[in-house]
Design a protein around this ligand. Structure first.
Ligand SMILES: *Cc1c(COP(=O)(O)O)cnc(C)c1O
Length: 359
């Protein structure tokens, strides 16, 4: 069945982006982050395509289990760890590695009587104040983990930057200094960088980098294109024109009558709406691409449809394919129109969108 809205996933671009990241972080290992269904690209699709990946990262237990059930054999890191004994048991059964960021998790591990088949990533909070032990708690947390039956090669330290996407941020310099002073002296393997850290903070690469967004060919920096970083977009989101209509000068289009035709216009109606993952906040003028040419969105994004002014593209007809983002229109640019981020658009792609994999 051919669906009206499709996301084509270019696995060759995905592999090229992974290679590019490995070249930028030369000699480091990479945890390819595939949480949130691989940022909307299909976590299993992405993991299968990246057979070269050193490891995968997910946020939640169920995401890691889904990868194991699909036959993925690389190490898988649970970036939020686990909070109950049952979760720990399930994580152990699936050989998942755990981030340890709060004392209750250490207590669970101390009470755990099963084998210790996974690695542990002890997280230092260097200033983000989301997950991780504060500096003054860190040494005690480390001693307790070191007393468990986990070989030191499988005990690692990590942190996360709050502002790595600001190329010269004093915040990142401070976080890096704190990590170097407190965690690095333990002599364990380290991990600090998301995509922005990888491309913006080469001094912070550590032993393991954690690319997410950049894997999918998206720039982590406002005002710097993915192409300038050597990355290519992996997803092309394409919809279909389902009606083309004439709108008289002075008439309105869509809910709330927010857009008024300043001239007699041709308006194409597309099968794409917020139920597919488009943001309702996308304003008039947001571009789409039809046969290589841009046309502006007009009126409200509704649940199943958007309207586009094609007055200047007279050959657009019902059935025409329309790129909503992809190689001709960076998802970063679309996100910026709604004061959002590519992250939100990509992981918002809904189950109504057909994922089509190309190699
Ligand atoms: C999501 C996540 C990443 C990946 O971040 P990107 O900005 O998408 O590269 C890395 N580390 C942690 C802890 C994460 O939660």
């Amino acid at each position: 069945m051919s669906r009206m809205i499709r996301a084509r996933i270019d696995t060759a671009a995905l592999r090229a982006n992974y290679s590019r990241i490995k070249a930028v972080a030369a000699g480091r290992r990479a945890i390819a982050v595939v949480k949130a269904n691989g940022y909307g690209h299909g976590a299993v699709t992405v993991a299968r395509a990246l057979e070269a990946a050193d490891a995968f990262g997910v946020a939640r237990l169920e995401e890691g289990v889904a990868l194991r059930e699909a036959g993925i054999r690389q190490p898988i890191v649970l970036l939020e760890g686990v909070v109950t004994r049952g979760q720990l048991q399930e994580a152990a059964a699936h050989r998942l590695e755990l981030v340890v960021h709060e004392p209750g998790q250490i207590a669970l591990l101390e009470d755990w009587r099963g084998p210790a088949p996974f690695a542990l990533w002890l997280k230092l909070d260097t200033g983000m104040n989301r997950l991780g032990f504060r500096a003054e708690q860190f040494a005690a947390a480390h001693s307790r983990l070191a007393a468990l039956a986990v070989p030191s090669s499988r005990l690692r330290v990590m942190t996360h930057f709050a502002c790595a996407d600001e190329r010269d941020s004093p915040v990142t310099r401070e976080q890096l200094a704190r990590f170097s002073a407190i965690a690095a002296p333990l002599g364990l393997e380290t991990s600090l960088c998301n995509s922005a850290g990888i491309f913006g903070w080469p001094d912070a690469h550590g032993d393991w980098v954690r690319p997410g967004l950049s894997l999918y060919g998206v720039s982590p920096f406002a005002g710097e294109s993915a192409a300038s970083l050597g990355l290519a977009p992996v997803m092309t989101l394409t919809s279909t024109v389902i009606a083309v209509r004439r709108v008289e000068q002075g008439e309105y289009v869509g809910y709330g009558r927010l857009w008024r035709a300043a001239r007699e216009s041709r308006v194409a109606i597309l099968a794409a709406g917020y139920a597919d993952g488009l943001l309702r906040g996308l304003p008039d003028g947001t571009p789409v691409v039809i046969r290589g040419r841009r046309a502006p969105l007009v009126g409200r994004v509704s649940m199943d449809m958007i309207a586009v002014d094609v007055t200047d593209l007279p050959d657009v007809e019902v059935g025409a394919a329309v790129e909503l983002w992809g190689p001709s229109l960076p998802v970063e640019e679309v996100a910026a129109r709604a004061a959002s981020l590519a992250y939100e658009l990509l992981c918002g792609v809904s189950s109504r969108v057909a994922l089509e994999v190309t190699t």
